[in-house]
Design a protein around this ligand. Structure first.
Ligand SMILES: [Zn+2]
Ligand SMILES: [Zn+2]
Length: 388
C-alpha cells in the first residue's frame, strides 16, 4: 500500500485531530489543553513522550539507529483573533483562533506519527516530533526546546518544518534553498528634550524634528551600511509624541522593526542603528535612549537537504506543483533550530483550486483540508529520501 492510500485509510482519525485542534485554540504560552491533547494522542501511539514545563511536547519514534534522525517541528499556539469562517468546527474559545494554520501543522505531524508508528521503520532513523509552544510571541518557544536536556539528548541530525501558505494551492509545495526568511528585531528609540512652546523653538530642543532626522538618517543603514547583496528592511511603524499642535514635547518615541537575512550583519547593523540615532540626537542637543528587543534569527535552509527534498517531491507530485520560493522578510522562530541543526522549512499550499484563500492571521483564514494529505506525503517522502 502506498503512502497516499495509507493516509486515506486513516483520514477519519486525522480529520478528527484537525476539528478538535481547530475548535480548541489557545494563545502563546497558554497551550496547556492543546499540549495535554497531543500528549494523549502520542502516548496512544506507544511513543516515548516528554513534556517541557512551558508546554512543549516532544515524542520520539525509534527507527534504525544507523540512519539519520529527523526532527519535525509543529506549533501549538493560536492567535488573539475572533474567528469568522462560519465552519461547524469553528473556535469554541472566544477571541482566540488558529489563524496561522498551526492546527493544520499539528494535524499533519500527528497523522504522520500515527502512520509511521504502524509501519516498519528499519529503513529510516529516529523521528523526533516537536510540538512547540509560543511560536507567535517573542521570545518564542524554540529557545526553550533547544535548551531542554530532553531535546539535547535526542537532538536530530536534520530538522524539518512546514508552514501553511495561502499563495499556493492545496497540492502544491514551495521550497527555497539557502536564505529564506529574515530575522526580526524590535527597536524603540526615545528622544528626550526640555520641551517648550511651539512658537519659541530657539528656547528649547525640538524633539519632534530630532525624531524625524533620526528616522531619515537611519534609512542609510539599509542603503549605505549593509552590503548590497544582503536583503534588509528597516521600517518605523509608530511615532508617539503625545503632544498637541503648539507644544514641543519633552519625549518622542519611535518604534520600528529591523529585518535582515544575515546574522553577522544583523548584530553589526543593530550596533550602528544605536550609534547613529544617538549621534543624530546629540548633535541637535537632545538625549537619546532606547531598547532593542531581539526577535527570531533568520531561516537558512540547508542547500543540500533542500535539493534532495525538491528532487524527491518532484518524483511523487508533478514537477509543476513544486515551486521555488522568493525570499520573504517575515520571521518564524524555527530560525533558532536552523542556526544549529541542518534544516529545511518549506511551504504547504492551502488555497482552493481557484487560488482563493484568506490571508494568514485574518479571521477568515481557512486552509483546504486536502493540504493535510499533501503535507503528510511530503514529509514522509522527504524523511525517506534523507535517510536513504
Ligand atoms: Zn503566525
Ligand atoms: Zn505560523
Amino acid at each position: 500500500m502506498n503512502i497516499e492510500q495509507t493516509i486515506e485509510e486513516h483520514i477519519n482519525q486525522i480529520r478528527e485531530y484537525y476539528h478538535h485542534l481547530h475548535a480548541n485554540p489557545e494563545i502563546s504560552f497558554q497551550e496547556q489543553k492543546t499540549a495535554a491533547y497531543i500528549y494523549t494522542q502520542l502516548s496512544a501511539m506507544g511513543m516515548e513522550v516528554h513534556q517541557l514545563p512551558q508546554n512543549a511536547i516532544i515524542g520520539v519514534l525509534p527507527g534504525n539507529s544507523h540512519k539519520k534522525s529527523v526532527g519535525l517541528r509543529a506549533e501549538l499556539d493560536a492567535l488573539p483573533i475572533t474567528e469568522a469562517t462560519g465552519m461547524p468546527f469553528a473556535s469554541k474559545n472566544a477571541g482566540v483562533m488558529h489563524a496561522c494554520g498551526h492546527d493544520l501543522h499539528m494535524t499533519i505531524a500527528l497523522g504522520l506519527a500515527l502512520i509511521l508508528s504502524k509501519k516498519d521503520r528499519s529503513q529510516i532513523g529516529d523521528i523526533v516530533f516537536v510540538f512547540q509552544h509560543a511560536e507567535e510571541k517573542i521570545p518564542g518557544g524554540a529557545g526553550d526546546v533547544l535548551k531542554s536536556s530532553f531535546f539535547q539528548s535526542h537532538k536530530p541530525n536534520v530538522m524539518l518544518a512546514l508552514h501553511s501558505f495561502p499563495d499556493l494551492k492545496a497540492g502544491e509545495i514551495g521550497l527555497r534553498g539557502g536564505s529564506y526568511m529574515a530575522s526580526g528585531d524590535e527597536i524603540d528609540i526615545i528622544i528626550n528634550g526640555p520641551g517648550g512652546h511651539a512658537a519659541l523653538p530657539h528656547k528649547t530642543i525640538d524633539t519632534v524634528l530630532v525624531a524625524s532626522h533620526v528616522i531619515v538618517g537611519l534609512q542609510q543603514i539599509c542603503s549605505r551600511f549593509i552590503p548590497t547583496h544582503i536583503p534588509a528592511v528597516l521600517t518605523f511603524g509608530n511615532i508617539e509624541a503625545n503632544s498637541v499642535m503648539n507644544i514641543i514635547p519633552k519625549r518622542v518615541k519611535i518604534e520600528g522593526t529591523f529585518r535582515i537575512m544575515n546574522e553577522e550583519w544583523r548584530s553589526k547593523s543593530l550596533q550602528q542603528i544605536k550609534k547613529l540615532a544617538k549621534g543624530i540626537a546629540e548633535s541637535a542637543g537632545a538625549q537619546c535612549t532606547g531598547e532593542i528587543r531581539n526577535g527570531y534569527p533568520s531561516i537558512f535552509n540547508n542547500p543540500e537537504i533542500t535539493r534532495q527534498a525538491t528532487d524527491a517531491l518532484k518524483e511523487i507530485f508533478a514537477a509543476k506543483h513544486i515551486h521555488e520560493l522568493p525570499l520573504r522578510m517575515t520571521t518564524d522562530d524555527f530560525g533558532y533550530y536552523a542556526q544549529t541543526i541542518p534544516s529545511l522549512y518549506f511551504r504547504l499550499g492551502v488555497a482552493k483550486t481557484n487560488g482563493e484563500c484568506a490571508g494568514l492571521h485574518t479571521p477568515e483564514f481557512m486552509p483546504e483540508f486536502s493540504a493535510v494529505s499533501t503535507g503528510i506525503q511530503s514529509l514522509y517522502t522527504i524523511i525517506n529520501k534523507l535517510t536513504e
